[in-house]
Write a protein that binds this ligand. Structure first.
Ligand code: AVJ
Length: 327
């Protein structure tokens, strides 16, 4: 096969960039509490900065998850069995999918699901040559809503939904339940989920992870404004905004903000947005769970937790669960 055919699951035309998200972006910026979705972080520059974050000494998430995967994927493979279709929510890190496909027994298909057509094609093109027997079928969709799965030339034994990186933490607890419900519906009875979930821990460790000493996370956060300047013709002055990441004890989450250091007006896609001095835009939540709390949430979504692997420092968890059969 030459280049990948995109499944259009949303009915929307496939266009790169955020211009078509203008309305959602303006809705957030004109709310009384201003917000922007973290899904817009990942343009080319944002993805480069995120890669840098992943190798920061303070950012324990990625390396701990990779260690857990290295140590336990053989067990995952024996639980999953032969000819699984791997459905990845978000076209994420190449390294993690490769680790998984390398360990699974005769995987039948790989289906990344993402809102970015560029990332989908890149992901699949970089894997295709190395996994000639795995049917690669990217799906262009917003995975927070149910979507149709493609057919495969080899009938998979079961679906394995893969959602690494604790991206589930971006959602509120209520939102995470909904995403888990979509995953259970996509995995289907007999299917399974392998998910990375970041754990509650000492707030000082969490604050350091999102306020790194090199300021990479600050650049990552501020790049969101640079992206609105580039793609929506906004005129944010990046010198007049500051990165902030606080830990909210009650909600058990990191909250990332872009704080206006003065009273100012900004134009976004032709709309004027006023900021008071000290007013901020919420750009990301990163929720932290106790393992049992996440199990309870997963059970409500129709999963049966089977295995949870946690590192010795109790920083991060890798969880394997199966879809509960009806009744
Ligand atoms: C990719 C959503 C898991 O919440 O830790 C890293 C993104 N934001 N540093 C996270 C992120 C700031 C990350 N996730």
């Amino acid at each position: 096969m030459s280049s990948a055919v995109l499944q259009i699951a949303t009915g929307n035309p496939v266009k790169p960039g955020i211009a078509q998200d203008r309305r959602q972006i303006l809705r957030g910026l004109t709310s009384s509490q201003k917000w922007l979705s973290p899904k817009y972080f990942y343009d080319k520059r944002g993805s480069e900065l995120f890669d840098q974050i992943c190798s920061l000494p303070e950012y324990y998430l990625t390396r701990t998850e990779l260690k857990l995967m290295q140590a336990h994927l053989d067990e995952v493979a024996s639980l999953v069995g032969q000819r699984a279709a791997v459905i990845e929510f978000g076209a994420g890190s190449n390294i993690k999918v490769r680790l998984l496909l390398d360990r699974l027994e005769k995987p039948a298909a790989y289906v990344p699901v993402d809102i970015s057509p560029e990332f989908l094609l890149e992901q699949v093109d970089s894997l295709r040559g190395d996994y000639p027997d795995v049917h690669m079928q990217p799906v262009f969709a917003d995975f927070t809503q149910p979507f149709d799965l493609p057919e495969h030339p080899v009938m998979p034994e079961r679906n394995l939904v893969f959602f690494p990186g604790s991206t589930i933490g971006n959602f509120t607890r209520a939102g995470a339940l909904e995403v888990l419900e979509v995953m259970a519906a996509e995995a289907k009875p007999g299917g399974a989920l392998l998910i990375g979930v970041d754990l509650q821990k000492d707030a000082s460790i969490l604050r350091a992870a999102y306020n790194d000493s090199e300021g990479v996370t600050a650049q990552f956060n501020l790049n969101l404004l640079a992206r609105l300047n580039r793609e929506l013709g906004a005129d944010f002055d990046l010198e007049k905004f500051r990165h902030q990441a606080i830990y909210d004890d009650e909600e058990r989450r990191i909250e990332m903000r872009l704080l206006s250091t003065r009273r100012q007006k900004v134009s976004v896609a032709g709309v004027t947005i006023a900021f008071a001095a000290g007013e901020y835009i919420i750009t990301e939540y990163s929720h932290k769970y106790e393992p049992e709390e996440f199990h309870a949430l997963a059970r409500r979504a129709g999963f049966c937790p089977r295995r949870t692997w946690i590192d010795d420092e109790r920083l991060f968890s890798l969880q394997y669960m199966t879809v509960r059969s009806q009744g």
